[in-house]
Design a protein. Structure first.
Length: 308
């Protein structure tokens, strides 16, 4: 059997996304541990700091009956020059699957190229696929959408930096045929090559996609999603970004333009007072922390699908 990786949302068909979401909801509702991965091991290779990704994947494999293996890059031979190819081939002999959280997407792609086990993207500068699957699950729960057809009636708006989360949100929207508006300052709009990739799907799936700098396009939003303005690796731009992004802040004034049933999402960690005000964060914390919890259920579904 040819192994399958999850490096990007585009690695999944609409059917596969539906399977993962359905499994996630079922696992959450049943609240049962499945001892189906006895003897299986999941490597957690972390180049970046992590809370939700690390813990959710570790707990997920344990609840499925397997064992997590934490891999500190600084304590591995690759920090001394061993090639990704050799490291990948060795880890493939020890592990059942490998989750990598890395700065560069190319790093994960190279690992996957040589690995004989499934490689899962826990976050890169290009995409955050596991995160947005949990986001879609959360939208389904709070808007009581029983299926993807129900999701298509919901207007999703992302405001802020067009980063890896926004890229994956765009990808999942075009694959499933959803209604998504991304609102960013003109300097931080979705990159042309990323948008062109997404547009390849629009005609066949009927997705409604809008990329704009006009914050008024938040009007009638059923979901408003934001993320930090300064992601890891861009700390030198922090002062500049704060000034540019302030008019894209999620606050009570912005929420007043949205639908009366609008929910607010944030993938965390949040910087209260910057991309989201403290009062809005508090008001919607049940949604936001349920969104974080859903990472666990989605990770279990992903592992069940990819690790055979």
């Amino acid at each position: 059997m040819v192994k399958k990786d999850l490096l990007s949302i585009y690695d999944l068909s609409a059917k596969e996304i539906k399977i993962i979401l359905s499994t996630s909801l079922e696992l959450k509702n049943k609240k049962k541990n499945l001892n189906v991965f006895k003897g299986k091991t999941l490597g957690l290779l972390l180049e970046e700091p992590s809370t939700r990704t690390m813990v959710s994947f570790a707990v997920a494999i344990v609840q499925l009956g397997g064992v997590p293996v934490y891999l500190d890059i600084e304590k591995m031979q690759c920090s001394r020059g061993e090639s990704i190819r050799d490291t990948s081939l060795v880890l493939s002999r020890y592990l059942s699957g490998l989750m990598i959280r890395a700065f560069k997407h190319s790093y994960v792609e190279e690992f996957a190229k040589y690995a004989t086990i499934p490689v899962i993207n826990g976050l890169t500068d290009y995409e955050h696929p596991c995160q947005v699957l949990a986001d879609v699950m959360t939208i389904m729960e709070f808007h009581k959408a029983r299926n993807i057809e129900g999701l298509k009636k919901i207007k999703i708006v992302y405001t802020g930096d067009s980063n890896n989360v926004a890229n994956s949100l765009l990808a999942v929207s075009v694959v499933l045929g959803l209604d998504l508006t991304i609102i960013s300052p003109k300097e931080y709009l979705t990159k042309k090559e990323i948008l062109n990739k997404a547009l390849e799907y629009v005609l066949s799936t009927g997705a409604e996609i809008k990329i704009t700098s006009d914050i008024n396009e938040v009007k009638n939003a059923d979901v408003i999603y934001t993320d930090v303005w300064t992601s890891m690796g861009f700390e030198s731009e922090e002062k500049k970004r704060k000034k540019i992004f302030m008019s894209y802040q999620v606050n009570s004034e912005l929420l007043a333009k949205a639908s009366s049933k609008c929910i607010v999402l944030h993938c965390l960690p949040a910087t209260r007072g910057e991309e989201i005000t403290a009062d809005i964060m508090t008001k919607y914390e049940d949604v936001i922390f349920t969104q974080a919890e859903n990472r666990l259920h989605v990770q279990k579904a992903i592992l069940l699908y990819f690790i055979k």
